[in-house]
Design a protein around this ligand. Structure first.
Ligand code: CTP
Ligand code: CA
Length: 226
């Protein structure tokens, strides 16, 4: 029994992981998106499942196979992701928002293909819901983990997000660093915590980053228990 608890420290823990980009429709043939590959989120979901967690992976469109031993919900837009995560939130113990959610979407979605014309074209955008911010307002007992991809002032912006979104941890990376960020197999992250602590990890595989993050989460969950 004790051996099982050692190997599966997350058994009985419900974890939602969001991953990948979102797609915001412009017209029937076009959309706005970003460079997120989904690799970081898929690595976290896979490792969490190996540690015994009951994982639901809410994923935007990526070209990865879902890891084994977990449930995957496929979504497209920020609004879809918000709806999927909202429905699962109350029951969850931990939410890890790795997804690169679009901040804006086209204000009008054309029901026909936009035809080219002489001159330029203006696309009016409106804000999407900030899912993490909404969850931060609703949270009762859940541990909320956000990600932040920055190109400058990493610590300042990460701490701001931690505070504003009522998150428990923000995992920040400087996407300008070689070996960090979009599409790579590796990452260089710093984990900022609510109590002011920070943990800077050196360059490592996304799978190793996932393991480090999950071990931080396991210690936080233990604190809450007793
Ligand atoms: N996030 C979200 N919903 C959004 C935008 C972001 O849930 N509409 C989440 C991301 O999944 C991530 C965290 O918020 O966990 C930080 O995302 P990021 O894009 O770095 O921050 P923003 O608050 O969107 O600010 P900005 O893009 O201006 O830096
Ligand atoms: Ca953003």
């Amino acid at each position: 029994f004790f051996a099982a608890a050692e190997n599966k420290p997350l058994s009985g823990t419900k974890i939602i992981v969001t991953a990948g980009p979102t797609r915001e429709k412009v017209d029937p043939v076009r959309f706005l998106t970003n460079h997120s590959s989904g690799k970081m989120g898929y690595a976290i979901a896979g490792e969490a499942a190996k540690l015994g967690a009951d994982v639901t992976l809410v994923s935007g469109p990526v070209s990865l196979c879902p890891p084994e031993g977990l449930e995957t919900v496929l979504v497209e837009s920020a609004e879809d992701m918000f709806q999927a995560v909202s429905g699962l939130f109350e029951e969850a113990d931990v939410v890890i928002k790795t997804a690169a959610v679009a901040d804006y979407r086209p204000k009008h979605v054309f029901d026909h293909k936009i035809k080219k014309q002489e001159g330029g074209q203006v696309l009016e955008l409106e804000r999407t819901k900030d899912i993490l911010l909404e969850l931060g307002k609703r949270k009762t007992h859940q541990l909320l983990i956000g990600f932040a991809a920055e190109t400058d002032n990493v610590e300042k912006y990460a701490r701001k997000k931690l505070d504003k979104k009522n998150a428990d941890m923000i995992v920040a990376n400087d996407v300008k660093q070689e070996g960090a960020g979009f599409g790579t197999e590796t990452n260089i992250v710093t984990i900022f915590k609510r109590n002011g602590d920070m943990l800077s990890l050196p360059l490592m595989s996304k799978q190793e980053v996932a393991r480090h993050l999950l071990s931080e989460i396991i210690s936080e969950l233990k604190k809450d228990d007793g």
